[in-house]
Ligand binder design. Sequence first.
Ligand code: BF8
Ligand code: SF4
Length: 631
Amino acid sequence: MKTLENMTTIEQMEEVSAKLRERACEVCAETWEDRNKKQSPHCKFGEDGICCKNCSMGPCRITPRADRGICGADAHAIAGRNYLRTVAAGTSAHSDHARELLHILHGASAGGNYRIRDEQKLLALAKEYGVPVEERDIYAVAHEVAEAGLAEFGKTFGHQNFIKRATAERQRVWREQGIEPRAIDREIATSLHMTHMGNTADAEALIRQGLRTSLSNGWGGSMLGTEVSDILFGTPTVRTTEGNLGVLEADMVNIVVHGHDPAFSEMVVAAAELREMAEYAKGKGARGINIVGLCCTANEVAMRHGVRMAGNFLQQENAILTGAVEMMCVDVQCIFPALAPLSECFHTKFVTSSPIARIPGSTYIEFRPDTAFDQAKELVKMAIDNYQNRDRDKVYIPSAKQSAVVGYPCEQIIKHLDGVANSRTDVFGTYRPAIDAIKAGVLRGAVAIVGCNNPRVRPDYSHFEIMKELLKNDILIVATGCAAQVATKAGLLNRDAKHICGAGLRRVCELVNIPPILHMGACVDISRMMLLATGIARDWEVDTTQIPVVGCAPEWMSEKAVSIANYVVSTGLDVYLGIEPQVKGSSQMMELITEGTRKITGAGYIINTDPHELVKSIIDGIEAKRAALGI
Ligand code: BF8
Ligand code: SF4
């Protein structure tokens, strides 16, 4: 029987990082640790959100001597505007990712680079959009669905289509509170307009627009991104894979795909799997091609192909520091510009592919849907050719890796639950078995752990501590993004991890044959979590805000994370944050994000930078929800 001893601890992960950092010194390279030191202490005005440079009379900063900017904007207006701009930027990133995918769907064809992999999902979406399907070619349907999806970005009137998927109560709340999301681009533009010099100075109005904009992400852009990825590349299914830097191979051509948009990585993975490429690699003295993922791309390709995962956000430099990576190819988001100079210290080719993420010092090969597969083959060949340039003396591949079970979109969760209740025909396709387990107290509730890692706290540590404690307390975890990668590296996505769970959760894991942390995908897939919470609430016949399910981002850092946190709160789920949002300089904003939103959506943030205190408040929060439901 395995125990926690079989897990990889944070100390062990840190030991590996320290060794790799030493190597960085040897090759005169910098890492985020070095740059973090130089940036510390951080600018207090920025940290508190009270620096405004929205016009060139500024920048203006709020100090004890100056309680208003030149135009008269106070700390609340400035912090509120900065916060709303953050939500808008995060919304734009997720939504633009979806837009790219919709264009690819629009160009998909039977003989082309991109094809339909999940017809059922496409037909279901067509039905939702009112696109006729009878006696039509599947690609004609796909193109019309893509047009309908693209229309969500700039629709002249009305609201996001997917909000109809929410509970009736949620829809009522959004309508009555005036935060139903309109066109995605409109919400982003409105946010930028409201925060332009001389416009909104009222913190609550800025918060409300933040909620509305975020809803156009969670129940708009992100949800579209997930739907279209599933249609084009297949809805993920349960697979076993491995994670951490030990997945790099000493005698193979190592290619790392990093970023977010699966349109790129899918092609590179497909090209790397070609027999001709394997033969070519052998001809160059390698045992074969080893393709691995980083960050959210890792989650995407692991869930759909079982591709192994090299690590999360703060591990991106470590991958190159192994000296064993022939090529790192990236698309968009969460890519350190530092990878370019770092790659130059090794033989690694650093390839950028999107006009959205241009990085000096990289090899830029713009990826185009019509030539995607040929371009991917060229890239793989380029990586193979680079194998001979690897300096064996510079190679250090840490041995640490863990096996992981991944690929639990809502469809798979339901399927597994059905397995438990297969003798009861009345529960087919529902979350009722999970609800029964929660009602009986076998499971106390569920937490969605999401987000990045962040040098502001000990990286990965908060995730790990919170996860262990929740599992011990019979709380099921669903995870995405870099949080899911922490669980992978630690070994918590292993079915054997049930042994560190409380008796109730362990029993459920055994019965359903699942790990105690369900990997639901990339950050864009937090939309899946919204549908999961909605499905549970619906089958329970309550609203999402009542169920003992919450969100937690222990080490978040990106603008996308702020947009996500806002749509999770808008969906009625409390969000527990381990990093403080940059609004501390405004008492009104602090009140609004923790309490004020409760009056609007029924949920808010609970912030605590101590992971042990944070997890205690999560457990208390879940127990309070249970008590309110009378269970
Ligand atoms: O979208 S968790 S560091 S990789 S932002 Fe980025 Fe954060 Fe990782 Fe994915 Ni999400
Ligand atoms: Fe200063 Fe107002 Fe201009 Fe901001 S908008 S920089 S507070 S004058």
